[in-house]
Ligand binder design. Structure first.
Ligand SMILES: [Zn+2]
Length: 251
């Protein structure tokens, strides 16, 4: 017998619904997991932190077989007060994998010292494999990818602007206090180590040799970094991000 379920999407989750309406009704013709019922509305499970079926918390595998009311809540940055034991997402995670379209976001996060695995040529199944085997949340704007059953953690970037995306990730995974700017290679994600000038001098341009004394070298790819003309611009970018995080936390 077909039955009707009522779904109510809280917080910013209506963003994912085509009509943007927070409440939907759906006809189901057979027993369905609550994960499938929710994702059929367009909301990936990685965005959902709490599900209440008729006011009782359930997990994604919970099966619906009759008329019920479902309340769906996103991950919220504020302190959790209700059902702390029944939350479905992990807030604090510090290493990520990004899909192949997010090169600018990846550089923005690595600039802040955050570990992001990235291969512009990676296929979907490779992204899922890295995310699951290394327990890295998948960062993407492909919501179908986030609906993959094997994926435990992920995040759908709301903005298309790399700076806004960086702030989104820092907020969602509570990384504001974990920032370590200029400690990670923007190209390959490995750690940077201090390097003596004579060890890197062969890799420097003539003017750099004259004007700079302090260098860092990537332990992975060998790229040399110094506080050159681009440095001030990067510093400004970091300050902008820090002040946006501080403002949002104070709200
Ligand atoms: Zn490198």
């Amino acid at each position: 017998m077909p039955f009707t379920v009522r779904l109510r999407f809280h917080g910013d989750l209506p963003f994912f619904i085509r009509s943007n309406a927070p409440e939907l009704e759906r006809q189901l013709s057979e027993r369905t997991s609550v994960k499938d019922a929710i994702e059929a509305c367009g909301v990936p499970h990685t965005e959902i932190d709490l599900i209440l079926v008729d006011d009782q918390p359930v997990d994604f595998a919970h099966v619906i077989g009759s008329e019920v009311k479902i309340d769906i809540f996103p991950v919220e940055p504020k302190r959790i007060t209700s059902f702390p034991e029944n939350r479905l997402q992990v807030r604090e995670m510090s290493s990520f994998v990004a899909d192949g379209h997010l090169g600018k976001l990846v550089r923005g996060l690595r600039l802040l010292g955050i570990d992001v695995a990235y291969d512009p040529a990676a296929e979907d199944r490779q992204l899922i494999a890295v995310a699951t085997s290394e327990n890295r949340p998948l960062l993407t704007r492909d919501r179908r990818l986030l609906m993959h059953a094997a994926l435990r953690h992920g995040y759908y970037l709301r903005s298309q602007n790399p700076l806004d995306q960086t702030v989104e990730v820092l907020r969602r995974f509570d990384l504001g206090s974990a920032l370590a700017p200029f400690t990670r290679c923007l190209r390959c994600n490995a750690s940077l180590e201090p390097a003596e000038k004579e060890k890197v001098i062969g890799q420097l341009e003539p003017l750099t040799k004259i004007y700079y004394e302090h260098f860092r070298r990537c332990a992975g790819c060998g790229q040399v970094y110094w506080s050159g003309s681009h440095f001030e611009k990067l510093q400004k970018r970091i300050e902008t991000i820090r002040s946006r995080l501080a403002t949002e936390n104070a709200m």
